[in-house]
Ligand binder design. Sequence first.
Ligand SMILES: Nc1ncnc2c1ncn2[C@@H]1O[C@H](COP(=O)(O)OP(=O)(O)OP(=O)(O)O)[C@@H](O)[C@H]1O
Length: 301
Amino acid sequence: MNAVDIAGVDQHYGASQVLHELNLTLAEGEVLGLFGHNGAGKTTTIKLILGLLKASRGDVRVLGQSPAHADVRRLLGYLPENVSFYAQLTGRETLQHFARLKGAALSQCDELLEQVGLTDAAMRRVKTYSKGMRQRLGLAQALLGTPRLLLLDEPTVGLDPIATQSLYQLIDQLRQHGTSIILCSHVLPGVERHIDRAAILAGGRLQALGDLPSLRAQAGLPIRIRLHDSQARGTQHWQAQGLAASAINGGHWFEVSTGQEGKLGVLRQLLAESAVSDVELHQPSLEDLYCHFMQQAGGNQ
Ligand SMILES: Nc1ncnc2c1ncn2[C@@H]1O[C@H](COP(=O)(O)OP(=O)(O)OP(=O)(O)O)[C@@H](O)[C@H]1O
């Protein structure tokens, strides 16, 4: 059974259609990154999964059932994009309040505060929390009741680089324990190692879906190989070897673009030259792929 099955979904808000024939599945224990420009339809998709919206057309199933089913809701955890709390409550009281609403064990609260690094601030009022601390409290709230499906809308907003890394580590741990996760984010660098597949939405349409290697194959973007020539022989030398190299900063470094099939051939050729003292391989990043598919969809909307 999949954690999420979205089949042929259209979504309208009044006269405007914001999702078009969306088909998306999430296997149990899978982490899916859901990416797209502002207004692409990410939050709408999450609301459909949460049962907060009913699809105008098509079908949404969560853990095999309708998302409106109370049994399903108990198995979901949600971190909204703009998390807000009662400013006068302490972090601990806030979490206990949500635990009561969700029917989760109160004993879990201290454990979760520890997990998100808020133990020392647990007795402080939320109004004294920094943005990143409120975000971490939101994450603890989403983890109440040990959800089987976790929906995270912009979880890294407001987090500093170390807190962002801890969030990704937490996602890795949850995945190891079989939690299914959908992660919406505009922050692409660094996220690719922590997701199994990426879904790229533009204008309410799914532009691309797959793991990184398959998105790379689909996009056909070049691989860039950078080389350090200790003799700085210039581009003519490389062009005479049949390599269309361009100089970087006019010094010792040069760059050659190649397709996946030509990669090993170029590397062998470079490594055969004793003056080549360093080589760097740059595969298209998730960000490169995102830009490619956005351009394909007609520009950043
Ligand atoms: N309640 C609503 N009523 C009318 N239109 C809405 C409503 N909620 C969202 N929309 C519209 O639906 C489209 C998709 O919005 P959505 O919030 O799903 O996008 P998003 O990808 O999450 O964007 P962002 O990255 O800015 O959060 C946008 O054009 C938005 O203006």
